[in-house]
Design a protein around this ligand. Structure first.
Ligand SMILES: Nc1ncnc2c1ncn2[C@@H]1O[C@H](COP(=O)(O)OP(=O)(O)OP(=O)(O)O)[C@@H](O)[C@H]1O
Ligand SMILES: [Mg+2]
Length: 278
């Protein structure tokens, strides 16, 4: 629990999205979570793919409770009780697993989802949501509430075309400013130069993640995020850089919005895990 002197800063919500499936949302969500956690930050990954979520598999954990239970019991859950529904990974990262069967996706409502995320904000520095493909009706409000939207593409024409359309939709929703583009597998063979992608999509910059199928596939198949098992590989270096970029942006925002340094203070002072943990 935070003391009066150490006012708890509410966790930041990072929505990981893509216009196309199979593009790397889950791989990047779990590895980003562990990379942030290595910076002594409390992180929860929420499986926002309500039908076929595989965050638990990607981190090799067996959840006792899932989002289905949270949805069913949402009226009885407060900011303390929510931690009972999370599954702990050995790194300390927490997971709110997706429903175990696709038909349970219907139980998920936008209202209950927003409440869940707000409850999680009290005990975490970052809430990473691994969204389903595109923009799901239940998740629109969640995207509106997110602090950052990581929109993932790769160099394939279909991915780029759909990402552009999704950018336009996000602009119409008035939330385009929160988007940070991620060009995954940017070293893959393609007629399109990775460096041209941000401009093509109307962005100034992007995070670039290299192509490394062996390590990516191992990470997902073994359920051991590569930032743990292969912390020096090209993919891991890119993920740590991304984590730094995200932390850096939050620091900037906190300083400019408060004139104070709440999260900055938390990061620079040797805050131990567990001090603010759930
Ligand atoms: N940087 C990368 N290098 C090589 N392979 C990658 C990379 N990123 C993702 N992949 C591969 O792409 C596939 C899809 O990854 P992942 O499951 O994370 O995508 P997803 O967007 O979550 O998919 P879905 O839409 O089904 O949820 C996996 O086989 C993964 O190994
Ligand atoms: Mg996925």
């Amino acid at each position: 629990m935070a003391t009066n002197q150490e006012q708890r800063v509410k966790g930041k919500v990072i929505s990981v999205c893509s216009a196309k499936g199979g593009i790397g949302k889950t791989l990047l969500s779990v590895n980003l979570a562990v990379a942030l956690n290595k910076n002594k930050l409390d992180v929860v990954v929420v499986d926002g793919d309500f039908q076929f979520g595989d965050v638990a598999l990607a981190m090799d954990v067996k959840p006792t409770f899932t989002l289905k239970n949270v949805m069913e019991e949402i009226n009885q859950i407060d900011q303390h009780a929510i931690s009972d529904y999370l599954t702990a990974h050995r790194t300390g990262v927490k997971i709110l697993a997706g429903p175990e069967r696709p038909e349970y996706a219907d139980l998920v409502t936008s209202e209950a989802l927003i409440k869940t995320i707000n409850l999680l904000k009290n005990g975490q520095d970052y809430i990473i949501i691994d969204h389903g493909i595109g923009i799901q009706e239940q998740s629109i409000e969640l995207l509106e509430e997110a602090d950052e939207i990581l929109l993932i593409t790769n160099l394939e024409m279909t991915a780029l075309k759909n990402t552009k359309l999704m950018m336009e939709t996000l602009r119409q929703l008035g939330i385009k400013d929160k988007v940070r583009l991620v060009v995954n597998r940017f070293t893959m063979e393609s007629l399109i130069a990775a460096n041209d992608v941000p401009e093509m999509l109307g962005e100034e910059d992007a995070f670039f993640i290299p192509n490394n199928f062996k390590i990516a596939a191992q990470s997902l198949n073994l359920g051991i995020p590569f930032v743990i098992s292969q912390s020096k590989c090209d993919l891991s270096k890119a993920m740590f850089k991304m984590a730094e970029g995200i932390i850096g942006k939050q620091k900037q925002q906190t300083v400019s919005s408060n004139g104070k340094t709440s999260i900055l203070t938390g990061l620079l002072s040797p805050r131990r895990k567990g001090v603010r943990g759930s």
